[in-house]
Design a protein around this ligand. Structure first.
Ligand code: HAM
Length: 427
């Protein structure tokens, strides 16, 4: 061991106060809303036999190909930290013959999932999902109920304006014709696909539609869409669903490009996205999986479910709280006593003009003062140190986009007046 100090693994995070209070209130809301729809909690183990995931999620998916935490246990069995919650719930449903209890059977779960992905903002290697699965109903009314439950939960935690995207990816009856259409579309474009997709072309061409490689995204522009190849039953199911969610007042868009990264879906698929989250913008996702119970050895049992990404919800809630806070227009960071005096005078003059102003602590480092300004979500930081005093100029920095510049010490009031005026004009 080099340093003797341990750190959490890459892509894995400690959740502590004060964030934990947001987590707890989100979980409480989920339990409340899901119970009102008749869902009961289920807690499957976090580790399963690897086959539980390879069989259900699909051998050619990114999750199974690249992202699973798979190990051999001391008995030489291949086991996997669950990358998602649906397959374990289906395994539990079949193993415990829950299909003998009158349907629909409704379960929810909450807990950590593991995917060995490249960590980035909103994408972790251990993340937490709250999910719900409903077994036994083939009806579009049940899909609509699931969407309504998800919408109620999200609105209940304080996120009312999210975008629902829905699609139908058909059933095994519509698949063959669609597969044919895909094969002939990609036949002349194979050289432009990545190596994985060239293999997928032969094994599971649908997966090409979900590849994250930029080149493949380009190639698949104009590719056939499942929604144009639906059989009559799938089309009727989809149309009824759209009618119902319209009636329920859920605002949605049909996204025919959405295929989802897991193989088990049939018919309805959906995602809830937020524009505030950047590239990893799906807050929740799910769909129907009518064949999975049978594939696990149970009787033919249609099912539908979703999972919510906890970290992404918490991130959005924190942004909402930040937006609600009265933000300081200016934060004056000062380095040393002389600068401190200048800072007191400038802050005083800005407050006279009605600008909410915070003054930094001159004995603290500039870095910690900047952190404080960031925490308070100040619009502008003005920095006063020895150099600035000598030059009679302050440095300014706008925190929203990190633009910076200099302003004469006597001109800070005018500077803020000018920016407020131009902001008012923009609106
Ligand atoms: P999924 O789309 O793979 O679906 O994941 C659902 C949600 O989990 C995503 O929308 C996202 O919010 C969150 N999530 C996924 N991967 C990560 C990650 N690496 N870091 C942070 N958050 C992440 C499923 O897992 C299906 N089991 C959903 C389902 C349930 N379908 C039917 N029933």
């Amino acid at each position: 061991m080099s340093s003797g100090r341990f750190q959490a693994l890459k892509g894995m995070k400690d959740v502590m106060p004060p964030d934990i209070y947001i987590w707890q209130s989100v979980e409480k809301k989920a339990r409340e809303v899901f119970s009102s729809f008749g869902f009961g909690e289920i807690r499957p183990p976090i580790v399963e036999a690897t086959g539980v995931f390879t069989r259900s999620i699909g051998e050619d998916t990114d999750i199974v190909e690249k992202e699973m935490y798979t190990f051999e246990d001391k008995g030489g069995r291949s086991i996997t930290l669950r990358p998602e919650g649906t397959a374990p719930v289906v395994r539990c449903y079949v193993e415990n013959h829950l299909f003998n209890i009158p349907s629909p059977q409704k379960f929810y779960y909450a807990g950590p999932m593991f995917r060995y992905e490249r960590p980035q903002s909103g994408r972790l290697r251990q993340f937490y999902q709250i999910g719900a699965e409903c077994f036994g109903s083939p009806h579009p009314e049940t899909d609509a109920e699931m969407l309504s439950m998800l919408g109620r939960f999200l609105a209940g935690v304080g996120l009312p304006n999210l975008r629902f995207q829905v699609n139908s990816i058909g059933c095994e009856k519509c698949r063959p014709a669609f597969k044919e259409a895909l094969l002939s579309f990609f036949a002349g474009r194979l050289d432009d696909l990545c190596t994985d997709c060239r293999r997928r072309y032969h094994q599971n061409p649908l997966r090409i539609l979900d590849c994250k490689v930029e080149g493949c995204r380009e190639v698949r522009k104009g590719a056939p869409r499942v929604i144009d190849h639906l059989c009559e039953e799938c089309r009727a199911h989809f149309e009824r669903l759209l009618h119902l969610i319209e009636k329920l007042g859920i605002s949605y868009t049909v996204n025919p490009e959405m295929v989802r990264g897991l193989d088990y879906y049939t018919r309805t698929t959906f995602e809830v996205t937020s524009e505030n989250l950047g590239a990893q913008n799906a807050v929740a996702a799910g769909g129907r999986y009518d064949r999975l119970v049978k594939e696990f050895g149970g009787p033919e049992t249609p099912a539908v479910g979703f999972a919510v990404g906890m970290e992404r919800i918490v991130e959005l809630l924190k942004m909402a709280v930040r937006e609600d806070l009265p933000r300081p227009a200016a934060f004056i960071a000062v380095i040393g006593e002389k600068a401190g005096t200048e800072g007191v005078l400038i802050a005083d003059s800005l407050r006279q003009d009605g600008y909410r102003t915070e003054l930094g602590d001159g004995s603290a480092s500039l870095k910690s003062q900047m952190r404080k300004a960031d925490r308070l979500a100040a619009e502008y930081v003005f920095i006063i140190g020895d150099d600035e005093l000598r030059a009679g100029e302050l440095k300014w920095k706008r925190l929203s986009d990190a633009t910076e510049g200099a302003v004469p010490a006597s001109g800070v009031r005018d500077f803020l007046r000018n920016v407020s005026r131009s902001q008012a004009e923009e609106h």
